[in-house]
Design a protein around this ligand. Structure first.
Ligand code: PD2
Ligand code: ZN
Length: 283
């Protein structure tokens, strides 16, 4: 049997149904009743509604959506192949897109990152959005440092693993950042993308495009506090050593619901390594 053709008229009809307030399930049901093959109908519906929603978003003044890194979770696997290591998939949320990985790093890799970072720590800076430079920020009371991409064999290996896990080129990653929090230290809720309204953003974004995803890897376990919080959805990810939380944002806008913070450490020490992923090659 030849595959049914998705015509502009069909796409227009789907958009009209959506505008009239009919949900995707109801529209799919009508399509099946009029003889469409289910796989063709599902594909046509998904693609048409996605395009329609994007057009509406841009018409409302939102920045256009970019492609984002995404782990292969279509069949809900319990593990992903990180190339040299099997990584657990512990939790996945769709809006915001948040995935919690278990055992992304070995204890030895966590220790190696902490040991290499420790002598180079300085009070964390954040990007000065006015100028595109860097500044000390009271919202971020950790100490930190950046490694160059591929700086050591361990770092290069971890970066290859991350690239494979989230299907995004190693070259699009910023260097790993290691942060150290002692009791009382926190990172108040913020977005990781660069605010398009800030004057410094065009300069920052010239180098590799926008940030489109973040991976926070936990290198140590504080005894209390220090979770990564997503206030818009009341989610808190526990800072378990070797685990990581991934989240992506297809446009630099709060509609992504990726507001997130590092809750204050109450007891013990928290060490993390953050990998920010850009749209394009970052150099
Ligand atoms: O330390 C964290 O959990 C955290 C929270 C929010 C890290 C970051 N953001 C970050 O490095 O961007
Ligand atoms: Zn952040």
């Amino acid at each position: 049997m030849s595959r049914q053709a998705v015509t502009p008229e069909l796409r227009q009809w789907i958009v009209e149904q959506a505008r009239a307030g009919h949900g995707p399930e109801a529209v799919l049901k009508s399509m099946l009743a009029s003889g469409w093959d289910e796989p063709v109908a599902v594909d046509a519906l998904e693609a048409t509604l996605k395009t329609h929603l994007e057009e509406e978003a841009v018409a409302r003044g939102l920045p256009p959506a970019a492609s984002v890194p995404e782990p292969a979770l279509q069949e809900s696997p319990l593990y992903l192949d990180g190339g040299d290591r099997r990584v657990h998939v512990l939790q996945a949320m769709y809006n915001p897109r948040v995935v919690v990985f278990g055992g992304l790093l070995s204890d030895e890799e966590c220790d190696s990152l902490i040991d290499a970072a420790r002598p180079r720590l300085a009070r964390s800076l954040t990007v000065a959005t006015q100028t595109g430079g860097e500044e000390v920020n009271a919202d971020r009371t950790s100490d930190g440092m950046f490694f160059a991409r591929g700086e050591t064999d361990v770092i290069a290996r971890i970066e290859r693993r991350i690239a494979r896990l989230v299907n995004w080129p190693v070259e699009n990653g910023e260097g790993l950042q290691v942060l150290h929090y002692t009791p009382g230290a926190e990172y108040k809720p913020h977005y990781d993308y660069f605010d398009p309204a800030e004057p410094g953003t065009p300069t920052i974004v010239r180098r590799g495009g926008q940030r489109v995803a973040t991976l926070v890897m936990y290198l140590s376990e504080p005894e209390k506090g220090g979770g990564t919080t997503f206030p818009d959805v009341h989610l808190e990810v526990a800072p378990k050593r070797g685990n990581a939380v991934f989240f992506s944002y297809e446009r630099p806008h709060p509609s992504t619901r990726t507001l997130h913070g590092g809750a204050p450490v109450i007891a013990g020490e928290k060490w993390i390594a953050t990998k920010w992923l850009r749209e394009h090659e970052f150099n």
